[in-house]
Design a protein around this ligand. Structure first.
Ligand code: 5AD
Length: 368
């Protein structure tokens, strides 16, 4: 187990987890969210720019071994045109997400599953890094700091993270997926848990706003792991925390495993808000997929951010991390006006500001 020194904190969280009814946790989390964010829901534009991935995580639909769908990579021109559309629709934070094409952890999978040699692999990886470099340069040529750029492309060397930061990336999302190193390394063959945590540390040292998080109800998760998932978010002092239910994908080794119910997701979301009052917590797509009103429920249990998928419709259906993913046929921008109404119904207001993390503002001494 990764965490053992924080025994007192562990006991405290476990006590709350075991003994507080979910409704009470939700009430507490709501008053905290109101205090720090009023009724604002920050909106982000998510662009899934490539589903090519070297990893073979047993839970994930775009794992290397799944050959049942098409792999794609959007050109930088296409990504820039989506950002331009987003900008015109008022969006000021763009999340650029892709599968992981890093040679760091991938020798295992590639040797086992692909005809690529490691040398070849390094070339592919460097080409990807260069693509992101060029994209960031162009984004910063076109847009001022009014626009925040979040990358979510996996584990890379510290130097790569530093270069991307220097070129204009502001935030980075990298879920640790589970706080149990053993479970992580079992579910993500060839990958190292401590290397992933090191990457989060590197990102934070460089000055990124760092987002991480975990899956709720992974096969093999115990109560101890659940508590440690929460504790690890706190120990890492995350600026953003993305959590969502594990949803079984039929083309993965975990196809037959059940998901948790929405109540468990809301319980964990509200506990997270209580532990990290100032962090940005999105209501995730997986939560919206688990329950028709999942977004609204999460936003009423501590979440304060929504990521709208603005990838091209024809690509969205190839980025199925899990089945039944919501919003894959809708135009992300058209959806914004519907969303405004939905949020008003739960007393919330769509907010188009950059929505920097309150935690990071405090770290660098900006007054609020
Ligand atoms: N169910 C829910 N979430 C998943 N992810 C990957 N596969 C699944 C799944 N089957 C999540 C991982 C990853 C994020 C981009 O998507 O947590 O970090």
């Amino acid at each position: 187990m990764y965490i053992s020194e924080n025994i007192n904190e562990f006991d405290k969280i476990q006590n709350i987890y075991r003994n507080f009814p979910t409704g009470r946790l939700i009430d507490i989390s709501n008053s905290i969210t109101k205090k720090y964010f009023q009724n604002k829901i920050y909106i982000r534009g998510l662009i899934e720019f490539s589903n090519i991935c070297f990893n073979d995580c047993k839970y994930c639909g775009i794992r290397l071994s799944n050959r049942s769908f098409n792999r794609y990579e959007l050109s930088n021109e296409k990504i820039l045109s989506i950002i331009e559309d987003g900008y015109r629709n008022g969006i000021r934070t763009f999340v650029l997400q892709s599968g992981e094409r890093s040679y760091l952890n991938s020798d295992y999978n590639i040797k086992k599953k692909s005809s690529n040699t490691p040398a070849n692999l390094k070339t592919i990886s460097l080409k990807f890094i260069e693509k992101v470099d060029k994209l960031l340069i162009e984004i910063r040529r076109r847009y001022s700091d009014e626009v925040a750029i979040t990358l979510s492309c996996g584990v890379y060397e510290r130097k790569t993270y530093q270069d991307w930061f220097n070129l204009g990336a502001n935030r980075y999302l990298l879920r640790f997926e589970t706080s149990s190193g053993d479970l992580y390394e079992d579910l993500c063959p060839g990958k190292s848990f401590s290397r992933r945590i090191q990457a989060l540390q590197d990102l934070s040292d460089i000055g990124y706003e760092v987002g991480s998080g975990f899956l709720i109800g992974l096969p093999g998760e115990t109560e101890e792991i659940t508590i440690n998932n929460l504790l690890l978010c706190k120990m890492l002092r995350l600026d953003m925390v993305g959590i969502g239910p594990f949803l079984a994908h039929p083309e993965t080794p975990l196809a037959k495993f059940p998901s948790v119910d929405i109540e468990q997701v809301l319980k964990i979301t509200s506990l997270l808000r209580i532990l990290l009052p100032e962090s940005n917590i999105p209501a995730t797509t997986a939560t919206g997929t688990l329950d028709k009103l999942g977004w609204e429920k999460a936003l009423s249990s501590g979440a304060n951010v929504l990521m709208i998928n603005i990838s091209p419709a024809e690509m969205k259906k190839e980025y199925l991390l899990y089945p039944g993913k919501i919003c894959i046929y809708e135009d992300g921008f058209k959806y914004l006006s519907d969303l405004k109404v939905k949020l008003e119904k739960i007393g919330k207001q769509l907010c188009f500001e950059r929505g920097d993390s309150l935690t990071s503002k405090r770290k660098i001494g900006i007054n609020r």
